[in-house]
Design a protein around this ligand. Structure first.
Ligand SMILES: *Cc1c(COP(=O)(O)O)cnc(C)c1O
Length: 386
C-alpha cells in the first residue's frame, strides 16, 4: 500500500480551480455593481434553478434550514400541528418543525436506502397532521409515488427536504416537484455548494410562490407595510452569482459521483468485502453497500456503507489518512432537545442500527482511481482480507 496517498472526505479546491476565473469574475461583477441584496443576479439564478429543477418557481433563500422554515410558515404550520418525518437525518429537518411550534412525528427508515419507510406513514397520520416531510437522504429520493398517494388521500401537503438531492429523480420526476414545496441547501459540502450559506425553495403553485416570496422579506410586498410576520430569508447576490457559474457544471459533477459509486461497488465486491444486495454487514461480508436507485437517479451527496465494527474501522482509516464521517451518530428521536416528545431507545430500531453501522466514504467527483483504490484497500486491510 502506497503510504503517500491520503484521501480527504471532501476537497473543494480542485472544483474551485476548474472554474476559478469565472467564479472570481462573477464575484467581481457583484462587487462592482454594489447590488448585494436580491436584484438581477438573484433573479437570474432563480430562473436558472427553476429550469434545472424543472419547477415552475424557485426562490433563493438564506440556507437549507431557512428553506424548511419558510416552507412550513408558507403552509401555516404551527402550534398543535404535527409533521411526519424521519428520525435519521440532519438536525435541521426536525429542528425547523419544532421552531414553528409544531411537533415532529417520526417513522422508522428502510434499511437499504436509509430513507423514511413510507409504508409506516399511514399509521401515524392524525387529525393534527399538517404536512409530510420526507428527506431524500444522501442524494436518493424517498419512494415518492407511494407517499404522494398517501398525501393525496389524506389531503396533506408534502414538504420535501431535498437539501442533499438537487437533480435526484424518482419515476421521472425531479426532487422538489413531488409536493407543495421543495427545500434545497447550498451549504458548501452539498452537491451544489455556495461560498457560504445559501438555499432554495421550489414550488409549482403560484399562490404559494407569492406567499414564500413575501415571507422571505418580513411578510410584506411593499416595504414597511406588513400584513403578516415573516423573516429575513434572503439569499446574497454574491452567492447567487457564484451558484450560477457552478450550476452549469452540476450535472457533470453528479455524473462523477455516480461513476465513483460504481467503482466503489466493483472494488468492494472484488475485494470480497461486500456482496451484491446484502443490506446488513456480517462476518463474511463485513461491508454492506448502499442501495442504488431502483427507480430514478441517485446523486450521491454521500456514499454511505454499513460496516461491522464501524468505530474501530473509522479510527483505523483515520490513522491511515483516509477521512470518513458518521452521518448520523444519534437519531433525532434520541436527541436531548426532543426529550419532551417522549421517544425512547428501541422506538425506531432501523434508525438506531444505522446510527451504529454507517460510515460515509469520500465520493467527491475529483477523486482519482488511486484514491478510490486506497479507500477500499485500507478497509480490506482492516478486515484482514489481504
Ligand atoms: C444540509 C441539510 C439541511 C440544512 O441546510 P443548511 O443549508 O445547512 O441550513 C437540512 N436538511 C438536510 C437533510 C441537510 O442535509
Amino acid at each position: 500500500m502506497n503510504e503517500s496517498i491520503s484521501v480527504p472526505l471532501l476537497d473543494l479546491v480542485p472544483q474551485f480551480q476548474s472554474l476559478q476565473a469565472e467564479l472570481e469574475e462573477a464575484v467581481a461583477r457583484v462587487v462592482r455593481s454594489q447590488v448585494f441584496i436580491l436584484g438581477p443576479e438573484v433573479e437570474a439564478f432563480e430562473k436558472e434553478c427553476a429550469e434545472y429543477c424543472r419547477s415552475r418557481f424557485a426562490l433563493g433563500v438564506s440556507s437549507g434550514t431557512d428553506a424548511l422554515l419558510l416552507a412550513l410558515m408558507s403552509l401555516d404550520i404551527g402550534r398543535d400541528d404535527e409533521v411526519i418525518t424521519t428520525p435519521y437525518t440532519f438536525f435541521a429537518t426536525a429542528g425547523s418543525i419544532s421552531r414553528v411550534g409544531a411537533k415532529p412525528v417520526f417513522v422508522d427508515i428502510e434499511p437499504d436506502t436509509f430513507n423514511m419507510d413510507v409504508s409506516q406513514v399511514g399509521a401515524r397520520i392524525t387529525q393534527r397532521t399538517k404536512a409530510l416531510m420526507p428527506v431524500h437522504l444522501y442524494g436518493q429520493c424517498v419512494k415518492m409515488p407511494a407517499l404522494q398517494k398517501l398525501a393525496h388521500t389524506a389531503n396533506i401537503p408534502i414538504i420535501e427536504d431535498a437539501a442533499q438531492a438537487i437533480g435526484a429523480e424518482d419515476s421521472g420526476t425531479r426532487a422538489g416537484n413531488f409536493g407543495a414545496v421543495g427545500c434545497f441547501s447550498f451549504f458548501p459540502s452539498k452537491n451544489l455548494g455556495a461560498f457560504g450559506d445559501a438555499g432554495l425553495v421550489t414550488t409549482n403553485d403560484e399562490t404559494l410562490y407569492g406567499r414564500l416570496k413575501k415571507l422571505r422579506v418580513h411578510g410584506g410586498f411593499e416595504r414597511y407595510y406588513h400584513d403578516e410576520i415573516g423573516g429575513n430569508f434572503r439569499i446574497d447576490a454574491l452567492q447567487a452569482a457564484v451558484l450560477r457559474i457552478k450550476l452549469r457544471a452540476l450535472d457533470s459533477w453528479s455524473a462523477g459521483r455516480e461513476k465513483n459509486a460504481e467503482i466503489y461497488r466493483r472494488l468492494f465486491i472484488e475485494a470480497g468485502l461486500a456482496e451484491q444486495g446484502n443490506v446488513l454487514p456480517n462476518d463474511s461480508a463485513p461491508v454492506a453497500l448502499p442501495a442504488p436507485s431502483a427507480n430514478g437517479r441517485h446523486v450521491y451527496n454521500q456514499f454511505v456503507i454499513r460496516a461491522v465494527n464501524r468505530d474501530a474501522l473509522q479510527k483505523y482509516l483515520g490513522e491511515h489518512r483516509v477521512q470518513t464521517a458518521i452521518y448520523y451518530p444519534v437519531p433525532l428521536h434520541l436527541q436531548a432537545c426532543f426529550r419532551d416528545l417522549g421517544y425512547k431507545t428501541g422506538d425506531f430500531p432501523q434508525a438506531e442500527l444505522a446510527a451504529q453501522q454507517t460510515l460515509a466514504l469520500p465520493i467527491f467527483p475529483e477523486l482519482s482511481m488511486k484514491q478510490l483504490e486506497t479507500v477500499v484497500g485500507r478497509i480490506s486491510e482492516f478486515f484482514h482480507k489481504q
